[in-house]
Ligand binder design. Structure first.
Ligand code: SF4
Length: 359
């Protein structure tokens, strides 16, 4: 094997791809299922732990630059409300964050799809990092396996019930790896999560939405709206200049939703920017007739953006107004804001340091 042989990450492969690999190494197909279970069910960190695989297969894979990427859990912060924020390092020394949010019987994990983000939403701490790189499918799913390990130690019996691609990064900006990770996470020999319990949250990248509409696996969709008109959305989310509200909503109208499923529109409420009566009326008009709900998220403060969270009265007024105009609304209670784990606050300290050094 030449030194320039392409490295293949086993954790990023689907079962059928693993099968092809195993056959190419001269071993029977059933070994692929064993390998798959070790990687995606038992979550081994190294192939040496896959003890029922023939040593000949393991050494043949290693000789062909087939590796098993493994993230490392660097730090866990625990909120008084039970939320846990995990700082995780990649094999090239980058840091990402993932958050575990308990809610009654549910345990939702918010996972990252990129290191940093290129989208520059003005209210978001991650945006200040810029985009460092995409995560591979293996790195996306490994966040879930690390969280499972953590729960097994700290909360035995609790399991992850829901996944949201709402951590660092814009999932549709890393479309292929995100789709690959969805296939892996929903496979019945792996984490076996239903696609109905997985939500991809996007700013509304129109080409990505069109590709997702045609894919064989469609998770729940959450779209960050955050404004009632282009003038405000242009300022808050610069991507709006490329895909304005009318284009975004038309794309979503054409999106093939399964029966009884709704699109969630996220609306980060910023004092004096998008929280007036007129905003509520415009949002209700924009979304009239859509199978949707409006998730109102009072802005979670962080020092990297110049906004303010509206007062409780202003939040209530906005929600009541939107409700009275026929919108199904849900007010998101901030979770983990004492450890900067709430929505829009993810940008770990080390990488904030990098940003400051760069500027
Ligand atoms: S809100 Fe999401 S898409 Fe926008 S900058 Fe932050 S991480 Fe990126």
């Amino acid at each position: 094997m030449s030194r320039s042989a392409k490295v293949i990450d086993l954790r990023s492969l689907r079962l059928e791809e693993t099968r092809e690999l195993v056959l190419a190494h001269g071993h029977p197909a059933y070994r692929a299922e064993q390998l798959w279970r070790w990687v995606h069910d038992k979550g081994v960190r190294s192939l040496d732990q896959a003890t029922n695989l023939p040593a000949a297969l393991r050494s043949s894979l290693a000789a062909a630059s087939v590796t098993l990427s493994a993230l490392q859990l660097a730090e866990v912060q625990r909120s008084t409300d039970g939320t846990r924020k995990m700082r995780i390092t990649t094999s090239d020394g980058r840091s990402i964050e993932s958050v575990l949010i308990p809610d009654g019987d549910k345990m939702t994990q918010c996972i990252s799809s990129q290191v940093g983000c290129a989208l520059d939403c003005q209210f978001c701490a991650t945006a200040k990092l810029g985009l460092m790189r995409n995560l591979s499918a293996g790195e996306i799913v490994d966040q879930v396996y690390l969280a499972k390990e953590l729960l097994a130690v700290e909360a035995p019996g609790q399991r992850i019930t829901n996944i949201v691609y709402m951590g660092m990064g814009e999932p549709l900006h890393n479309f292929d790896e995100v789709m690959q990770s969805l296939h892996i996470l929903t496979h019945d020999l792996g984490a076996n999560l239903s696609h109905r319990r997985i939500t991809v949250s996007t700013v509304g990248l129109v080409p990505g939405l069109r590709k997702l509409a045609k894919s064989d696996l469609r998770p729940n969709l959450a779209v960050s709206l955050n404004a009632s008109c282009d003038e405000i959305r242009d300022q808050v989310m610069p991507i709006n200049k490329k895909y304005p509200i009318a284009v975004l909503l038309q794309t979503l109208r054409e999106f093939p939703l399964e029966k009884r499923r709704r699109i969630t529109f996220e609306y980060v409420l910023l004092a004096g920017v998008n929280d007036s009566d007129a905003d509520a009326a415009r949002v209700a008009k924009l979304l009239a007739g859509f199978p949707c709900k409006l998730n109102i998220i009072p802005w979670n403060p962080h020092p990297l953006a110049p906004y303010k969270r509206p007062s409780p009265e202003a939040i209530e007024r906005f929600q009541n107004r939107a409700k009275a105009l026929g919108l199904a609304t849900y007010l998101r209670t901030p979770r983990g804001d004492d450890i900067a784990a709430a929505c829009g606050q993810l940008a770990n300290r080390e990488q904030q340091g990098l940003v400051q050094l760069r500027s």
